[in-house]
Design a protein. Structure first.
Length: 428
């Protein structure tokens, strides 16, 4: 598939003609509501086999062929040119579809009560691209009991489509992650035994394959208590034929203080079957406007993670959302930023006649506009280019897979490119 960035004056019809397909095909896969209205700077995925490389200054047949694992003669033959021909900047070279590596994909789903038909339909739309559908969340209580979420027939839909169900256990209490609750469980053997027994029973009854712990904002002094808790859980769950995984905070060194201190990468990587890095939220609801998952900081977390955890156990975390910040920005006393899906961000840019720009350092798109009250807004979100940068990172570091937060945030380009880049592993 090809990523095309809309330029001023371009139409969907003209773009389609350049790639030899119909504009209806492009509109359908990108879920464009009105094919006559595009945003300058909008990234489209063009559903063709293979992709095109536009020659940049300084590039040669040799350097380009190396990028795609080909020989210069092979690239020249495919494009009907001589191996001695001088390439022109902007020249378009066709790159055929290569062998796709196998990866795993885990998607969190957070159903509300009652579960809406829209949520159920979205599950149906996405389970074919998943290894795991992770039900968020079964809330652990201090006595070892569990507060269960509504699931409707989501679990059956997932398993019928070949996606394994993962049971997410959280330390949420009163709608917040609670270090006190986690500490109470870590220091109470009876509560732990009760919790593990309840988890196994629910997993057997409802068909969960993996038990996924999302314990966040723990006391740093509970670091070893958490490690021991996970060891006990692993032993019980493995005996019951279940795998165990956990989400971990984004760290670049073995920090033992603060809200990330309790997550011990080396120990957790040894204990569990796989880990999911929460590599997002650099830009968040109360921050200044910025990319949610800028590629530089994400890379730094991955580099540290694979130095402590076997890379075949590591999932890259990825947000399916962005934020719309309005002035005054939150650190300056303003309201929290509003979360938006990539599709919502494009709709806002279209409505406000904004031009989408791309920050190459962060590998993330953004745009700015003024609302009806005169307040200045800055929106950062994800697009085909930013997600492709994450897929390239996964390939570079040979990671096990990708974890998404969360279902219900429309980003069709992600699913197109995920399946174009990888073969998704299914758990049998």
């Amino acid at each position: 598939m090809q990523i095309h960035v809309v330029q001023r004056g371009q139409s969907l019809y003209g773009i389609s003609q350049a790639y030899g397909i119909t504009y209806q095909e492009i509109a359908k896969v990108n879920e464009i509501p009105d094919p006559t209205r595009l945003v300058i700077g909008q990234a489209l995925v063009i559903p063709i086999t293979g992709n095109y490389h536009l020659v940049r200054p300084g590039e040669s047949l040799y350097s380009i062929s190396k990028l795609y694992g080909m020989t210069p003669s092979e690239l020249a033959r495919i494009n009907g040119i001589s191996t001695t021909q001088t390439l022109q900047v902007g020249q378009r070279l066709y790159i055929p579809q290569g062998t796709k590596p196998v990866t795993e994909a885990l998607l969190y789903v957070e159903p509300r009560t009652p579960v809406t038909e829209v949520m159920v339909q979205e599950v149906r739309n996405r389970v074919g691209s998943l290894t795991y559908l992770a039900m968020f969340s079964y809330q652990a209580n201090r006595d070892g009991s569990l507060t269960e979420p509504s699931t409707n027939d989501i679990l059956t839909i997932a398993s019928s489509a070949g996606a394994a169900n993962a049971m997410v256990i959280s330390n949420l209490e009163d709608f917040q992650f609670s270090a006190d609750l986690a500490h109470a469980i870590f220091t109470n053997d009876a509560a732990q035994n009760q919790l593990f027994g309840n988890v196994i029973q629910i997993a057997n009854d409802q068909g969960f394959k993996d038990i996924h712990f999302d314990f966040e904002l723990l006391y740093p002094e509970d670091r070893e208590l958490y490690n021991n808790f996970l060891r006990k859980a692993r032993d019980r769950f493995h005996q019951a034929g279940l795998t165990i995984s956990t989400a971990v905070a984004p760290k670049t060194s073995d920090v033992t203080t603060g809200i990330y201190g309790a997550h011990d990468y080396a120990a957790i990587g040894e204990i569990v079957d796989f880990v999911a890095l929460m590599t997002y939220e650099w830009g968040f609801t109360y921050s200044m406007p910025q990319a949610v998952s800028p590629i530089g900081p994400v890379r730094s977390v991955v580099e540290y993670a694979v130095s402590q955890i076997p890379r075949e156990k590591v999932y890259l975390g990825q947000n399916l959302y962005g934020y719309d910040w309005g002035t005054p920005f939150p650190p300056q006393g303003g309201a929290a930023a509003k979360a938006v899906s990539p599709q919502q961000a494009i709709a806002i840019a279209l409505q406000e006649n904004a031009v989408i720009q791309y920050n190459y350092q962060a590998q993330a798109p953004f745009f700015q506009y003024y609302d009806d009250t005169g307040a200045f807004h800055e929106v950062w979100f994800e697009d085909a280019r930013s997600i492709q940068a994450k897929f390239d990172l996964m390939k570079e570091f040979k990671l096990r897979g990708i974890m998404y937060w969360k279902l219900g945030l429309a980003f069709p380009q992600n699913w197109l490119l995920l399946n174009d880049n990888f073969t998704i592993k299914k758990i049998t």
